[in-house]
Ligand binder design. Structure first.
Ligand SMILES: NC(=O)c1ccc[n+]([C@@H]2O[C@H](COP(=O)([O-])OP(=O)(O)OC[C@H]3O[C@@H](n4cnc5c(N)ncnc54)[C@H](OP(=O)(O)O)[C@@H]3O)[C@@H](O)[C@H]2O)c1
Length: 404
């Protein structure tokens, strides 16, 4: 079927920020035999597309899309505004005006039922006269979890759940994970040669991938609320970990995070320049007090967590990041940190850039991890995306429970 046309602005919000009240568009496919029936999954796909456009602007809130359809026509669309602003349903209802009466609402996540900074969305849908609500996913947030659906049903609306659920789950995986576990969703990013190595024998790694892949990696940073490295990478590479050359970055640069259990990392270099972006060091009480003082004097936040074999307690670290409002943490290495996260079962999504080169058996491995004792014990990954970037390829794998 033809794609559903969208007239929202580039950021997913309508061009004037308030929607397009009173304009009905015959854009959804209308199966001839079924009169004005529309395909729920296709309408939901449009809602997910709208939501994706605002994913950099809404955290720690979820990026949600809503499409209102009446008589086979889209009468309103909306996506979540930044925190404190309208939710997707409210934006779509504003766009639809009176035409929302009798409409079906397609919403990627269960409408809220609690009074926050904005009016409850379930109430807004009821008051606007919407008669059917199709929801891709229930909201695991304890403030919502089922209450939005109950409110809609109690008011006599027809409620259907599950259309487009797999795609919505993939899109919202960091939010869903954060609300279920309290932890940041870990995206482990690796740049490897075709034979799976991350640096040449002498430790040089610039560049395994070409410009297109490296640019794409900055888009990945922009999709994240934190970019994380181990102390080894912070010391060796002196990285800046900033988002560069991205057309639509989010309103805030991601938090730069260094895991440094023993206080080995000097408070100098671009990572500790607060003019570039904020920085957080996660450490333990093994760090010398004068090093902690130096970090803080440089304007760096410091979280002290428990020590664990290999460094900081990683689960506690991810919970701490979740508490800072980080839904998605992009971990950029190095191999020691990647191996520790993998061994602890804390990697939720794996993004592997395969550069068009070979580095050989003596080059550096991607993970410092002994691996499974035998092939039947090797983990199975679910491939969710393949993207060609010049001569390189980006492979995205999700853990089964996040992908499905
Ligand atoms: N090709 C690529 O994509 C890529 C990407 C990044 C880095 N690199 C290269 O990788 C090298 C650095 O990698 P690396 O493996 O030596 O170091 P790393 O993984 O960056 O950092 C490891 C260090 O992080 C600290 N850490 C704190 N908590 C930890 C925990 N729970 N588990 C593991 N580590 C923890 C530990 O130091 P403390 O005990 O002192 O806290 C540990 O020694 C550099 O040469 C860099 O150029 C390559």
């Amino acid at each position: 079927m033809a794609p559903i046309r969208s007239e929202t602005g580039a950021d997913g919000h309508s061009p004037d920020g308030r929607g397009r009240a009173g304009v009905a568009r015959p854009v959804l496919p209308v199966p001839e035999a079924e009169g004005t029936e529309v395909d729920d999954t296709e309408a939901m796909a449009q809602a997910i597309t709208i939501a994706e456009r605002v994913r950099r602007r809404t955290p720690p809130n979820p990026w949600v899309g809503c499409v209102l359809v009446r008589d086979g026509q889209v009468v309103g669309e909306g996506a979540t505004f930044p925190p404190g602003g309208a939710h997707a349903e409210a934006a779509a209802l504003t766009a639809a005006g009176d035409q929302a009466r009798g409409a079906t609402a397609y919403v990627t996540l269960e409408p809220c039922a609690h009074q926050g900074r904005t009016r409850p969305c379930a109430t807004a849908l009821i008051d606007a006269g919407v008669t059917r609500v199709v929801v891709a996913l229930e909201d695991p947030d304890p403030q919502v979890r089922g209450r939005g659906l109950d409110t809609l049903r109690a008011a006599g609306l027809t409620v259907n759940i599950g259309a487009g659920a797999d795609a919505a789950r993939r899109s919202l995986a960091p939010y869903l994970h954060h609300r279920r576990t309290g932890r940041a969703f870990v995206v482990a990013k690796l740049a490897v040669s075709v034979d799976g190595r991350t640096a040449a024998r002498d430790g040089t790694a610039q560049w395994i991938t070409g410009p297109a892949a490296r640019h794409d990696a900055h888009e990945g940073r922009a999709d994240s609320q934190a970019v994380v490295v181990g102390a080894g990478t912070a010391i060796t590479d002196q990285p800046s970990l900033t988002v560069r050359d991205v057309a639509n970055p989010g309103p805030h640069p991601p938090l730069r995070v260094v895991l440094d259990a023993r206080g080995r990392v000097d408070a100098t270099g671009p990572l500790f320049d607060p003019a570039l972006a904020p920085t957080l060091v996660v450490t333990t009480d093994a760090a010398p007090p004068d090093r902690v003082d130096a970090w803080q004097a440089a304007g760096t936040k410091v979280d002290v967590v428990n020590a664990a074999p290999g460094g900081v307690d990683l689960t506690e670290t991810l919970t701490s990041l979740g508490g800072h409002g980080v839904l998605q943490a992009l971990v950029e290495g190095g191999a020691t940190l990647h191996g520790a996260l993998w061994a602890a079962g804390l990697v939720d999504r794996l993004v592997v850039y395969v550069g068009a080169t070979l580095l050989g058996a003596d080059a550096h491995p991607a993970l410092v991890w002994p691996g499974p004792p035998t092939i039947s014990d090797a983990p199975h990954l679910t491939l969710t995306a393949v993207t060609a970037l010049g001569d390189d390829v980006r492979l995205t794998y999700d853990r089964d429970d996040e992908a499905t």
